[in-house]
Design a protein around this ligand. Structure first.
Ligand code: ZN
Length: 210
């Protein structure tokens, strides 16, 4: 794979030639005026699902939050560290993005841990974090009792996106903007096996090819 530190430094040098020194007007504008992305994406840490790459975006296009299984936690006021909520707040309140996309994907390791993990909460950061999607797990275990594991995982990956969309609405500054039509929430699913991008259709209640 192309990711040893030395290979990454060589990559930076190519990027520098192309974008920083190559009179890239768009990049220079971003440096001088700051970022104004219109879309925030919540994506998974998985190395295969980089939103900027798979959506063919340039620097400045997307405000990206990445965490295990692209989850949005519910709004909480406890004095803990909330990296995802803080980044969400910055994107929505400070940058004023108009769209939030929760971007799930096939073969998600976080969802696999949720369904098959067996590690008790309190003994793993991942198990604790994946508790956000517990409602998705319960629904899938009930509705997909006899389905094979691949189908259950896929259904849970998509159901967890819906949990995150619901959790987004627990943030008052998200809910207000959605109700005022200043912000739109989207649930997308990148099927890395079929090479397709699906979007949740609220009318049909299913994920459909975009
Ligand atoms: Zn994942």
């Amino acid at each position: 794979m192309n990711s040893s530190p030395q290979q990454l430094i060589e990559g930076f040098k190519r990027f520098r030639e192309r974008s920083l020194l190559g009179n890239d007007a768009q990049f220079q504008t971003l440096v001088e005026l700051g970022q104004t992305p219109s879309t925030l994406v919540v994506a998974c840490c998985d190395s295969r699902v980089d939103p900027a790459l798979i959506l063919d975006c340039a620097p400045g296009d997307l405000f990206v939050i990445r965490n295990v299984a692209n989850l949005v936690p519910p709004s909480e006021n406890q004095g803990n560290y909330h990296g995802t909520s803080a980044a969400l707040e910055f994107g929505v309140r400070n940058l004023g993005v108009q769209h939030v996309i929760v971007l799930g994907h096939a073969q998600c390791g976080g969802i696999h841990a949720l369904l098959e993990g067996g590690v008790p909460k309190g003994e793993s950061f991942i198990a604790e974090w994946m508790g956000i999607a517990e409602a998705a797990r319960k629904k899938i275990e009930l509705e997909y009792t006899h389905a094979d594991s691949k189908l259950r995982h896929r259904a849970c990956e998509q159901q967890a996106i819906l949990v995150s969309l619901a959790n987004l609405m627990t943030f008052s500054w998200v809910r207000e903007r959605v109700e005022q039509n200043r912000l739109t929430l989207h649930g997308w699913y990148f099927d890395i096996e079929k090479g397709e991008l699906l979007g949740y259709n609220h009318a049909s209640g299913s994920f459909e090819i975009l």
